[in-house]
Design a protein around this ligand. Structure first.
Ligand SMILES: [Zn+2]
Length: 444
């Protein structure tokens, strides 16, 4: 096991140089050691894994290399929900006694029953060490003032503020307060870093402007961390938010069932480094389950390596990513991922897979459009039809028809598919997201 982060490993660039720059071969050797131990721990302590490994004819002894992980069965969100319902409170995937659990986050499911994600005291500490590392990697330092604007109510992003405190930043535990209140904090306390969703960063900036405040001039926020939507990795969206705020955007990736953030951008801002000492990454074809080649889009499947309360072995996240394990210019050796969307949000038009993020790239690259959009899917004669609504920016002179043609052309050139109809609305006509934007209206 690597040492936990100590000040001796800290440099100007790295929170923990010994872990972050571990040569690839050594990193993989560490992963193999941790994985063997983790599978063995899960097998011995989790009723669910013991049964599931037996049902699939595998045991922890069958793992000699990282590739052998593909012998082991997947789990997904539904597995977590079912096992929790069958074995309240925490489900039998959990591998420790409840008295060892000190924290639970929860994600709400369609059934309304929240799925709990348990942490032991050590899991929680490891998590916050990792958050500190990711914040440091994104340029946060102890002289920063950090405005934490994520939900504290059972949401896994809430406690991430402790990671920023561990780093030494002055932390403002704002939570999810109305935009006017958050802007009041931003103006009065002059924080330098904040974390929110991309849609909300945009909404907040626009709200500031309508209140006569210019975020680029009147506020001190120069780093915005975003997560929860693909926007932070879409260059057009990133640029639009950065210009609005005169700030740099850093995309983070978190998952309620593992950590508030599992991956984050470095100063290069080319992909998100995923913490490979805490999790093993597989990128698989969502249909066949076969591994994707590097650079190919596939479903992110994560295996925890150190988390004790509830080991996650081959968890299908439903997120579509590409991965690159090539060294980054920043000097970190941990692989980078690019997030493209969720398998649930993907839609297929004439055999072409499209994500809302593909549409967002096109819409955001047109200066006369506001960047807001809505995708409406209908079914006509057994075919999925894709309709698009966009907004024309106030004060621009293009005709609706020219604007519609522009977005149609961009999508056709990039994806070979154009929307069946494009409706151009007035600036402000589409609903603004307060947390995660609802971009797809599925009327099929
Ligand atoms: Zn890097």
């Amino acid at each position: 096991m690597p040492d936990t982060c100590t000040s001796t490993n800290r440099t100007d660039v790295f929170w923990d140089a010994s872990v972050e720059t571990l040569p690839r071969a050594e990193l993989e050797a560490l992963q193999l050691r941790l994985l063997k131990d983790h599978l063995d721990f899960a097998f011995r302590n989790s009723g669910y894994y013991r049964q599931s490994f037996a049902d699939n004819g595998v045991s922890p002894r069958d793992l000699d290399s990282l590739h052998d992980l593909d012998k082991f069965p997947f789990i997904n969100k539904q597995t977590l929900r079912e096992r929790q319902t069958a074995h309240p409170l925490l489900g039998d995937i959990t591998a420790v006694a409840e008295r060892e659990v000190v924290y639970v986050s929860a994600s709400s499911g369609s059934t309304g029953v929240p799925t709990l994600s348990p942490f032991t005291g050590k899991d929680f500490d490891d998590w916050q060490d990792l958050q500190a590392r990711l914040f440091y990697q994104a340029g946060m330092r102890d002289h920063d003032r950090y405005l934490h604007a994520l939900n504290f109510s059972l949401f896994v992003g809430g406690p991430d503020v402790i990671g920023a405190q561990r780093l030494g930043a002055l932390c403002i535990w704002a939570g999810t307060v109305p935009a006017e209140r958050l802007l009041f904090f931003a103006k009065e306390l002059q924080p330098t870093v904040t974390w929110t969703t991309p849609s909300y960063a945009w909404y907040l900036g626009e709200t500031a402007l309508t209140e006569g405040m210019d975020p680029a001039r009147d506020l001190a926020i120069r780093r915005i961390i975003v997560a929860g939507e693909p926007g932070g990795s879409i260059p057009e969206t990133r640029r639009a938010i950065e210009n609005l705020w005169n700030a740099e955007l850093y995309d983070f990736y978190g998952i309620s069932d593992i950590f508030g953030a599992c991956a984050g951008m470095c100063s290069e801002r080319e992909g998100l480094h995923i913490a490979e000492d805490h999790m093993l990454v597989e990128v698989l074809d969502p249909v066949s389950g076969k591994p994707c080649a590097h650079g190919e889009k596939g479903e992110l499947v994560l295996t925890t390596l150190q988390k004790r309360a509830r080991p996650m072995i081959r968890f299908r996240t439903g997120d579509i990513v590409t991965r690159d394990a090539a060294p980054c210019f920043c000097g970190r050796t941990h692989a980078r991922i690019w997030i493209h969307g969720r398998t649930d949000d993907m839609f297929i038009i004439n055999g072409v897979n499209l994500f809302p993020s593909d549409v967002e790239v096109a819409v955001r690259s047109i200066p006369e459009a506001t960047g807001e959009y809505r995708i409406i899917l209908t079914r006509e004669q057994h075919l999925t039809r894709f309709h698009l609504e966009i907004e024309q920016r106030k004060g621009t002179a293009t005709s609706n028809q020219a604007l519609a043609e522009q977005v149609r052309l961009l999508l056709r050139n990039r994806h070979g598919i154009a929307p069946h109809t494009v409706k151009v609305l007035d600036d402000g006509a589409l609903p603004r997201a307060v947390h995660k934007a609802k971009r797809v209206l599925d009327n099929r």
